[in-house]
Design a protein around this ligand. Structure first.
Ligand code: ATP
Length: 585
């Protein structure tokens, strides 16, 4: 098949915005495409050479392309840059210049889809010290063999600027019309949901029609579309949809679909390949699974010192990173909380109920610090779920997800078998608070010999007590950390008894109690309800206190304040009320 045929379709598609017309052009092309190259044609229609989940990028830098255009056309790089500025598109510029080309080539081998595709692959895969030469040489060959119009599309494809705007769903429509019937469209989409390789689907359909489609099965290494959750406004609403749910923490990180076969691959919710960005997760997975599986979970950044979960912003430092991957992994360690098992030891688990999938997950997973099963309870009791929700928030999660334990894994679908319930209030702390240090947690690793986190309290001026409001582990420099054992007076120092000071109200037991004396300035992200902290207990809600979420030390010790001059419980309540705003949907 000639590359020209593809270019003609590109042109037709560019000239319409109507989906039906687009589909008709695609059908026409697909029908005349030989089965051996139909997968390649499908990728090229989307400006790619592989499906997104394959970790090979086509990307060629504009500079390199300009060099190759210059060699092929005889125009200087400056002249080419000028033309690009004038036309506003490197593809158009290439076409124009190649038409006026200063040197004629004697040999021109007409481009076929296969020869163009092979050239793209050679360019994408070129590595090592002469990779630039290989890329330029191959691109020059392509440009020489193509006519000016074909060259326009070659350049656009290689620079990732083809942008025909053909959605996956339009290609599925076209495949159904070309190789099956309209009625088969849902079956084709279902196959695509568990096997997200459009080229592969096209090939099966083209070679064997619907029979071919039946052979499509979950395969380790080919990502499955993620099942998605509906949103509830309240726990009651959740329970209306699922009477007896499994309730899990809704972790605030990045969803990862883990494929473990001969190799380990990690895919994002959008099915991009993230394997190289998380080498630490890959190593940890090697230790905990020794069977072929596909599992799913949320990857969350942890505080290096305290092991506490950090908000999404922290893990976003790890995402999309090509350089300093190892260093960033050390700075932002992560844990993966697994919540589903989609395939195990040769068996497709997606049609099995969640309860069975979870059982399988727990059976195959060897306990580990970095890879854990998601925290969950089974309950239909509103109050119990409410406390679980508050605990989730306090532990750094976004909320909870309720799941129907008998439900299948519906790839690519959003439904009421999974329901998310997030904090429905947004509050940002507008001011810093001054809190009293009442306890310390022993440090580990770099913090051995000092404290990993401190337990902080506000002052209840009516009761003359100190009520805990958060644990802080961030914002300390090395010098402060080293000094900390001297700064705080440990209660057990004199009598060897680690007894809670009388005026401290706490449900948390730190490793060491301190006399409430030292006041530090803290900035948090927000104030939330808490099932654990004693600040304002039972005042806003029965059984709950208030906590400061994501607190960090500002670096200021308030030596000018006594413990009784610290922020009071009343002030924390006021702050909470002020911050209580409904989130705009
Ligand atoms: P959506 O995925 O619903 O389109 P979104 O991308 O904003 O919306 P969220 O609102 O965060 O996602 O809700 C769903 C996401 O929650 C999942 O895709 C997953 O990444 C995350 N998540 C965290 N913990 C869990 C859990 N225990 N079970 C399922 N999903 C979880």
């Amino acid at each position: 098949m000639k590359f020209r045929d593809l270019v003609e379709t590109y042109k037709k598609i560019e000239s319409t915005t109507k989906r039906l017309e687009m589909t008709a052009h695609l059908v026409e092309l697909l029908k005349k495409t030989p089965p051996e190259i139909i997968d390649k044609v499908v990728y090229l229609l989307q400006g790619k050479i592989y499906p997104d989940f394959v970790n090979i990028e086509l990307g060629v830098a504009e500079k390199l392309a300009i060099k190759a255009i210059s060699i092929s056309s005889g125009f200087s790089e400056k002249e080419i840059e000028k033309e690009i500025r004038e036309t506003g598109d490197i593809g158009e510029a290439t076409e124009k210049l190649m038409k006026k080309k200063k040197q004629r080539s004697f040999f021109r081998e007409e481009l076929t889809v296969k020869s163009a595709y092979d050239g793209f692959v050679r360019i994408a895969k070129a590595q090592g010290k002469d990779s630039q030469d290989v890329k330029i040489k191959t691109l020059c060959e392509l440009l020489q063999n193509g006519d000016p119009e074909e060259d326009k599309y070659i350049i656009r494809t290689l620079l990732g600027r083809l942008r025909l705007g053909i959605a996956d769903m339009t290609i599925l429509d076209a495949l159904a019309i070309a190789f099956a019937t309209k009625e088969d469209r849902p079956a084709i989409e279902r196959a695509y949901n568990v096997y997200s390789d459009l080229g592969g689907i096209a090939k099966k359909l083209c070679e064997g029609s619907l029979e071919g489609l039946k052979e499509i099965k979950i395969q380790v290494g080919v990502p499955i579309k993620a099942m998605l959750a509906e949103r509830a406004k309240s726990i009651e609403e959740m329970l209306e949809h699922i009477r007896d749910p499994v309730v899990e923490y809704k972790y605030d990180g990045i969803r990862l679909q883990v494929h473990i076969g001969k190799e380990i691959s990690l895919f994002s919710r959008r099915l991009e390949n993230l394997t190289e960005q998380f080498p630490d997760v890959v190593n940890a997975l090697k230790k905990v699974f020794d069977k072929e599986v596909i599992v799913e979970g949320e990857c969350v950044a942890l505080n290096r010192e305290t092991g506490e979960m950090l908000p999404f912003q922290a893990i976003s430092h790890r995402r999309g990173r090509k350089y300093e991957v190892e260093e960033t992994a050390k700075e932002f360690p992560v844990a993966l909380f697994l919540f589903d098992c989609l395939y195990a030891e040769g068996e497709d688990m997606t049609q099995k109920p969640l309860s069975e999938r979870r059982k399988k997950l727990e059976e195959l997973l060897k306990p580990d610090q970095e890879i854990r099963a998601s925290h969950m309870i089974r309950s239909k009791d509103k109050d119990e779920i409410e406390s679980f929700f508050l605990k989730a928030i306090e532990d750094g999660c976004e909320g909870i997800v309720a799941k129907a334990s008998e439900s299948e894994y519906k790839a690519g679908a959003r439904g009421w078998s999974w329901i998310k319930y997030k904090r429905d209030y947004k509050s940002e702390m507008i001011d810093t608070v001054d809190l009293v240090v009442v306890g310390g947690f022993a440090g580990q690793g770099r913090r051995a010999g000092t404290y990993g986190a401190l337990l902080l309290a506000c002052y209840n001026d009516e009761e003359d007590t100190f009520e805990t409001v958060c644990k802080v582990g961030t914002g300390f420099d090395d010098e402060t950390l080293a000094k900390m054992p001297e700064i705080f007076e440990r209660v057990d120092k004199d009598n060897n008894k680690n007894k809670k000071p009388a005026r401290v109200e706490s449900a948390i037991e730190p490793d060491y109690w301190f006399d409430p004396k030292i006041v530090m300035e803290v900035l948090g992200a927000e104030i939330t309800l808490s099932p654990v902290h004693t600040c304002a207990r039972d005042i806003i809600r029965k059984g709950s206190g208030l906590a400061i979420r994501f607190p960090r030390f500002t670096g200021r010790w308030r030596k000018d304040k006594s413990a009784e001059e610290a922020t009071t419980t009343k002030e924390i309540i006021e702050l909470y009320k002020k911050q209580l705003k409904k989130v705009e949907e």
